[in-house]
Design a protein around this ligand. Structure first.
Ligand code: MGD
Ligand code: MGD
Ligand code: SF4
Ligand code: MO
Length: 766
């Protein structure tokens, strides 16, 4: 038995090298440079004004900002805005698109734009419509919009649908679902279907709750954090401050990621200018690089090692969990060979990890897309959670399970009932409000929506933000599917690829909306740490613009469709009344009833677990056995590549570069990974050399829906057999397997074949 808590574990050196262009630390001085460039530029004054506005940061779910000022987190600490926030605000404070723009450019021309170019067109500032057979978007009056929208929503409820993205407010989200459900439709697809749905589903099954069980205060007390499949150095930069502080107090950080992300090894944070910014702070104590999609095997291995070392908490399991015996048995009976062969991590590394976890006092298990976006995403969540339970690290101060959420209010959308899996309590409360039962027809999640549209079963679609087209796999299908919908209404702040490629059969309407810091009324959002933020009223910088508040549009449309049923919709244009309804019908949001008077931001009740009493009927956590995944890759010939062509099949991970927010690209280079532009593939040197490729050579990358050519090979710290490319561009080449229980596409394990660029006359498969 190995229980020496003092044992230090050295990072295991990677079996590969990065390219020479990558910096030695993540974050660092360039972050300050970015801040300086932007805040001192002509847009600087407006930027500062927005940064100081009392509203939550637009970008990620960490949830910085709010009533105590734009720079404060929920524990009151200052200096908590990162440059991602600046990036997001800069895009929103762009000038408006000129009134002649859409007359000048045809839809064909607009379709040539890249994501970055589309975003740089500026803010949408008047409503436009593209009618069937027309070549140009043209301006439309609001009365015209309402007439088309009203006719669209008078179709049978199963044939109308919504999609939403997590930037809008709780109030808009609540109204969207109330409108849809009062019409009799459960078709409330949401970006979370493509994102953390496996976390929501898995945590619900195990604990009866669906969100992070750890508060920021709790995280501050942990002595070990396991960070699995999250690149928070890019996507949740203020979480890095917590990791730096944890290392400073002697804690340990275990990173599990097929890519050695530089910022997770060493990070220079502007919050600690003297000790961290330039030289960087050590982040990972131990860095494991499993095969993409194999985390279950790795975690079963960790469980096996914990059992063998006598580090599991039997009393805890007996008192507070159900089904633990089967989980223990699975770990015991699964051979080390099966484990190490599936995950590609050695027994020694797995044992070192188990020792670290088993000898730490308070471990937080945090994860993001590397865990959820897999065909077995729910099993991944189960296996992480099982490991936490085996070591008694759930339901205790300073420990627990922490899905690191995506969009800044994506969690709020789920809480407000924008989901196809509505909580029983909310369903009952809404039925009381409506005075009748809700439809029992199963609604469409995002993938089901695309499939239904593709089959001609959707007439009308409203998109509250987001980019339904480009967020999906198989963009050819997405485009075709949307083209079968009669009416699509996009509510958006800025143009994106979806507005130019996701076109309806009859009418595509784009409505320009006010963003979070511009609304004429107060709104709220919910952070990934279950903290509700209040956003003050604001004003838009756009002059002579014809923008609408999301809440105003939704309530006016609802009023035209339903009159005063089941509520006085027009009265709800004052968001205070929406908050009253939320307090009445959404569990945990009682304090919403008084927030207008108290201005008191709050932690949602019933979410943070510091005692092992869970929200299941028995109060115990349910544990589930997690089958090891079968991870065989097809052969290159299965893609139609001839046997004589040197080719390698890789497990392609698709995700975010340093400067993009989801489908919106801010800058083309990802300097921390040394990828100079979007059309790059990050590969392991040995893999590339095995088919005689050289760095910077151009290759074709092909999957089951198409191929990208002229892709530049970049050597990176990615494990052998795996590679990485950027979405949304890469979404054109693959269909993605789907996680059956949650509907989430396996974006992080796309079988793809890589071969040298075909030269002229060479016949390569299509
Ligand atoms: N600046 C910025 N911030 C953002 C976003 C953004 O686009 N830009 N997007 C927001 C949204 S909606 C989301 S969901 C989050 C996304 O945040 P993340 O989940 O951090 O982002 P990703 O780039 O999708 O991938 C995360 C990591 O998963 C790793 N990974 C891939 N496959 C596997 C695997 O099989 N196992 C393990 N263990 N790891 C794997 C990848 O190498 C990568 O480092 O960020 C949010 N915040
Ligand atoms: N291959 C691959 N595909 C993926 C992923 C991946 O990792 N790999 N990740 C998936 C994930 S995790 C997610 S969350 C989805 C993201 O999918 P979405 O959420 O659908 O896409 P976004 O790019 O975040 O949407 C950006 C658009 O939202 C609009 N917008 C911004 N702010 C507001 C606002 O306040 N109100 C309104 N109405 N509109 C606003 C702007 O017009 C902007 O262009 O993509 C998924 N797709
Ligand atoms: S960590 Fe997220 S919420 Fe906080 S400032 Fe950065 S982008 Fe905004
Ligand atoms: Mo996401």
């Amino acid at each position: 038995m190995d229980t020496n808590p003092q044992q230090t574990v050295q990072p295991i050196p990677p079996d590969h090298e990065t390219n020479s262009e990558t910096p030695e630390i993540g974050g660092g001085l360039s972050v300050i440079q970015y801040w300086a460039e932007h805040t001192l530029s002509p847009e600087g004054a407006k930027l500062w004004q927005t940064l100081l506005h009392k509203s939550a940061c637009l970008s990620c779910s960490w949830g910085t900002g709010g009533q105590k000022g734009g720079f404060t987190n929920e524990t009151g600490e200052k200096l908590q805005r990162c440059m991602k926030s600046v990036e997001a605000i800069s895009a929103e404070i762009q000038p408006g698109i000129s009134s002649h723009f859409f007359d000048q450019y045809s839809i064909e021309q607009l379709q040539q734009l890249t994501s970055l170019e589309a975003d740089r067109l500026g803010r949408l500032s008047f409503p436009v419509i593209l009618r069937a057979g027309k070549s140009h978007y043209e301006r439309i009056t609001w009365e015209g919009v309402y007439q088309i929208a009203e006719a669209g929503f008078r179709q049978p409820p199963e044939r109308v649908a919504s999609y939403s993205s997590g930037r809008s407010s709780n109030e808009a989200a609540y109204l969207l679902q109330l409108l849809m459900r009062s019409l009799g439709s459960n078709n409330l697809a949401d970006c979370s279907d493509l994102c953390h749905a496996p976390s929501t589903f898995g945590l619900k099954q195990m604990f009866g709750t669906s969100t992070s069980m750890v508060s920021l205060e709790n995280l501050k007390q942990a002595d070990c954090v396991m960070l699995v499949g999250s690149n928070c150095s890019y996507n949740h930069p203020r979480l890095m401050n917590e990791l730096i502080k944890l290392r400073d107090r002697g804690g340990k950080i275990i990173v599990i990621n097929p890519v050695m992300e530089i910022g997770l090894v060493k990070f220079g944070s502007p919050a600690f200018p003297l000790k961290s910014l330039i030289t960087g702070s050590e982040i990972s104590s131990l860095y494991l690089q499993p095969i993409p999609g194999s985390d279950v095997a790795l975690f079963v291995g960790i469980q096996k090692a914990l059992i063998e070392k006598g580090l599991i908490h039997q009393d805890f399991l007996q008192a507070h969990t159900e089904g633990w015996q089967a989980v223990v048995e699975q770990a015991q009976t699964t051979s080390w060979e099966a484990i190490t062969q599936t995950c590609g991590v050695s027994q020694a590394e797995i044992e070192a990890t188990a020792t670290l976890i088993g000898t730490s006092k308070q471990v937080v298990f945090a994860w993001a897309m590397g865990i959820t976006q897999h065909q077995n995403g729910v099993d991944n969540v189960y296996s992480v959670s099982n490991t936490a339970l085996l070591t008694g690290n759930v339901g205790k101060v300073g420990a627990g399970l922490m899905p690191v959420r995506g969009h800044s209010n994506v969690q709020g959308f789920g809480s407000m009932g924008v989901t196809i899996r509505l909580k029983k309590e909310i369903q009952q409360a809404l039925e009381k409000l409506l005075g009748r039962s809700l439809s029992r027809v199963q609604g469409y999640d995002t993938r089901a929506l695309i499939e239904a549209a593709d089959a001609g079963n959707v007439d009308t679609l409203i998109c509250l933000g987001g980019n339904l087209y480009a967020a999906n796999p198989d963009l050819t299908q997405a485009k075709r599917a949307l083209s079968q919908v009669d009416t699509i209404i996009y509510l958006a702040t800025k143009p994106n690829l979806g507005h130019f490629h996701g076109l309806a059969k009859q009418n595509t309407i784009i409505l320009p909306v006010l963003n979070r810091f511009e609304n004429p009324h107060k709104t709220t959002v919910e952070s990934g740490n279950n903290f509700v933020r209040l956003n003050d009223e604001g004003k838009t910088h756009l002059k002579d613009a014809d923008l609408i508040a999301e809440v105003e549009f939704l309530t006016e449309l609802a009023h035209r469709l339903q009159g005063d049923f089941p509520v006085d919709w027009r009265k709800l244009q004052d968001t205070k009344y929406v908050r009253q309804l939320i307090a009445q019908t959404i569990p945990g949001f009682e304090k919403m009833a008084t927030i207008d008077e108290t201005q008191e931001e709050f932690t949602i009740s019933g979410r943070i677990f510091t005692e092992p009493k869970f929200s299941t009927p028995s109060g115990k956590a349910s544990m589930f056995v997690t089958p090891l995944p079968e991870l065989a890759l097809p052969k290159s010939t299965d893609f139609g590549v001839s046997e004589s062509t040197p080719a390698i099949v890789v497990a392609l991970m698709t995700g975010r570069s340093y400067s993009q927010h989801n489908t919106v690209v801010y800058k083309i280079a990802d300097k921390y990974r040394g990828m100079p532009h979007r059309n790059c593939i990050l590969m392991n040197r040995h893999d590339a050399e095995s088919i005689d490729l050289e760095e910077h050579q151009h290759v074709t990358v092909q999957a089951d829906a198409g191929k990208l050519t002229d892709v530049e090979v970049i050597y990176g710290a990615v494990r052998q057999g795996a590679a990485l490319m950027f979405y949304p561009e890469v979404n054109v080449i693959f269909k993605a397997q789907i996680e059956e229980r949650s509907g989430t596409p396996a974006f992080k394990r796309v079988p793809a074949v890589v071969y040298a660029q075909a030269t002229t006359g060479d016949s390569q498969p299509a």
